[in-house]
Design a protein around this ligand. Structure first.
Ligand SMILES: *Cc1c(COP(=O)(O)O)cnc(C)c1O
Length: 366
């Protein structure tokens, strides 16, 4: 018998797959003898899981021969109590990326439009096209902020969804509450608005727009949050949305059955009970961010005002050289073509190394 698949596949696949941006795998960490390398390319929490979280996961692992609770009842109740809402307003998914896919699946028919800022989270255009929707991108301002006037102007009769990312990945800029309220007043009330708050816990901007607070006046707002970043559970895949019960009910219909596994549910519930301990780490990361941004400003860098656990260097053509310099210093960062480089706040040693490298880079490259 000949080996399978020696001929090209004749299977017809969706043409849209050809136009999706190829997934950019992070560069593997450089192997430099004597040098610890740091992966600061995915905005992960550098702290290892709390011992108590590992304990809960080990306990839950004893039952992985059983399916998890398909309706996420306990974890939804825990999140509802945490945010001060009813459980029928909470939807849980495999990461907030999973919840966002559920939202698009519930809101969009083929050809419907999804308006979002660009550059923003890389998953947006991919998920939108997979849902059969048409992504409508609105460029960020020169300072890396959402251009809400232009976004409002981009809304048409076919717009079903608007995505606001705050703080924005990759620029770190946050949206002000008054500006978002003014924006929402201009929108038809049947257009859903997702507030992607994946980095909300890191914001120290007092006027920062908050999805839950906006829902009183604007019931079409869906607040999207995750356990991946501030709570350090990226590898378990669990995130949630808070929305009008009718929207939450629809999102349950577009979920992949059993999408949130047993370990993730248990760890999420436990994390909400030890939130003070987790918040200490968030505070420490915010303090590191403030230290690093102050030092960079002193070096002469002018960067977007970040409220997240990462920084953005809008270097244009010099992005590749900066990426290379980081790589040589044992730092794995995220470059966006010839636009800029995003660097996560990581371990203190990683942050110090970044500062030394950034100083050197300014001195040599300018
Ligand atoms: C990391 C991130 C998420 C969260 O992804 P998960 O699927 O919850 O891990 C959501 N939105 C943005 C903008 C992000 O950067």
């Amino acid at each position: 018998m000949s080996a399978p698949f020696s001929e090209p596949s004749a299977v017809r696949l969706r043409p849209v797959l050809g136009s999706l941006p190829a997934y950019v795998a992070g560069r593997p960490a450089p192997q430099i003898p004597g040098l610890t390398t740091f992966k600061i390319s995915s905005n992960e929490n550098p702290y290892p899981p709390l011992p108590s979280v590992l304990g809960v996961i080990a306990e839950a692992a004893a039952e992985i021969n059983r399916y998890p609770d398909m309706t996420n009842t306990e974890v939804r109740a825990a999140i509802a109590a945490f945010v001060g809402r009813e459980a029928d307003q909470v939807v849980v998914g495999p990461g907030s990326t999973g919840v966002l896919a559920q939202i698009m699946g519930a809101a969009c028919d083929a050809g419907d439009e999804i308006v979002f800022a660009w550059r923003s989270f890389e998953a947006y255009p991919i998920l939108a096209q997979l849902a059969g929707a048409t992504p409508v991108t609105v460029p960020l301002t020169a300072s890396g902020e959402h251009d809400l006037d232009a976004m409002a102007a981009a809304v048409t009769g076919r717009t079903r969804l608007v995505l606001l990312c705050t703080p924005n990945n990759p620029t770190g800029t946050s949206l002000g509450e008054a500006a978002v309220r003014a924006f929402l007043r201009r929108l038809p009330s049947d257009v859903a608005v997702v507030m992607d708050e994946a980095y909300g816990e890191f914001s120290r901007d007092a006027g920062h727009a908050d999805g839950l607070a906006l829902q009183e006046e604007f019931p079409q707002v869906i607040a999207l949050r995750t356990f991946s970043k501030a709570f350090g559970l990226a590898g378990l895949r669990v995130g949630y949305g808070v929305a009008h019960p009718a929207i939450a009910e629809a999102l349950a219909k577009t979920a992949i059955p059993f999408g949130v596994n047993r370990l993730a549910q248990a760890a999420a519930i436990h994390s909400l009970g030890v939130v003070d301990e987790l918040n200490e780490r968030v505070d420490a990361l915010v303090a590191e961010r403030e230290r690093v941004t102050a030092a960079l400003a002193e070096q002469g860098w002018v960067l977007p005002d970040t409220q997240a656990n990462f920084l953005y260097f809008p270097l244009g053509e010099a992005s590749a050289a900066f990426d290379d310099a980081c790589h040589e210093a044992g730092l794995v960062v995220r470059r966006f073509g010839a636009e800029g480089v995003r660097v996560s706040i990581g371990e203190t040693e990683a942050n110090d190394r970044l500062l030394a490298l950034a100083r050197e880079f300014r001195a040599t490259v300018g």
